[in-house]
Design a protein around this ligand. Sequence first.
Ligand code: EPU
Length: 428
Amino acid sequence: MQKMLIEGGHLLNGSVRVSGAKNSAVALIPASILADSEVTIEGLPEISDVHTLGDLLEEIGGTVSWDGQTVNIDPENMIAMPLPNGKVKKLRASYYFMGAMLGKFNKAVIGLPGGCYLGPRPIDQHIKGFEALGAEVTNEQGAIYLRAKELKGARIYLDVVSVGATINIMLAAVKAKGKTVIENAAKEPEIIDVATLLTNMGAKIKGVGTDVIRIEGVPSLHGCRHTIIPDRIEAGTYVIAAAAQGEEVIVDNVISQHLESLLAKLREMGVSIEESDESLLIKPNNPLKSVDIKTLVYPGFPTDLQQPFTSLLTKAVNTGVITDTIYSARLKHIDELRRMNAIIKVEGGSAIVSGPVQLEGARVKASDLRAGASLIVAGLMANGVTEITGLEHIDRGYENIEEKLNNLGANIWREEMTEQEIAQFQNS
Ligand code: EPU
């Protein structure tokens, strides 16, 4: 088991290239199940979640070959193999196997998904959608069993705006008989990316990017070639790191419209941001002013950037209030930031960050993926060395993060943990 060490205080300069979007990748890979011939996806991020999903496709009989960031998936020999245990439990997005396998085989058995613990993360809206399309859904010993004689299009109103439910229902509906309408659908760019892949495979989908998606079922889908969109959350993480510890940083391979809410908040804080075709030039103007943020569904401020943004606020003058309306319990990074000298109170579910403070290096634990990103941003700003454990979370979602930051001038490395450190980590 390894830990990450960050010697703080180095200024960031230069350019960093953003990888393909994790939250698209984890849906695009299962979506390939629906095709009858080879699907090629280009620009995938090299992160552990992507490889886990590739392994799962092989478990159900797919032929998966990798060429760097490109994957070729031949679904011809896939079967409706039950996946009640094992790798499905490693990540939350394995729930997309439910929609894709139901859509292809009219049945699926998928272990309840794992992933980051951010408080309760129900999948009732996914199930509501599958049932509306004609599936019988049961939960048996920690696995979801889905069975349908035939899937038929339906009108489905989501009670909660959900990225996962919107994508999963699209996957199940593209081959269902007749018309499906998803109302109160989520509008995240990753949903548009998945719909683009499905459309290239021959699906008939209208309205993605609005809150009403209309799908006309087709009898079969064919292979295609698809290039993934850039990861707006990875991009946002580097933009925040640049605002925290940069002089002049270019974040390359971004669609800046995907980051409007973050960029607006940073400009309010006094950060200078120049947008060009596919990149952003970030120049912080110290001192930074505090702002309040409230996370909302897209295009609002993303919950996935709330945690790294908390670290940045420790540097800003005055108090900033952070309220996460998507995951109210996504606050596990706060105790760790306090160990680093941050002054943060939690009141009524909001985090109140007082600044500016000089963060100090400490031993901290990444309890989930974006908590890890938050601690890395904090480590870049801190005096001395910060030691971060829980790297398996960070590696699930950030490709080569230390290499990318070191190329900007950071000093980050990994070391093996001693047996005593592993024992302490496991008991904490
Ligand atoms: N919700 C329900 N019932 C459902 C589904 C969702 O009540 O059936 C609630 C959730 O509890 C949450 C809200 O609806 O309060 C939104 O959840 P959503 O379904 O949109 O989240 P998700 O699809 O499970 C994806 C990303 C998350 C990201 C959220 C919100 C993937 C694989 N994950 O999760 O990403 O935080 O959307 O934008 O796409 C991350 O990347 O670190 C991450 C956690």
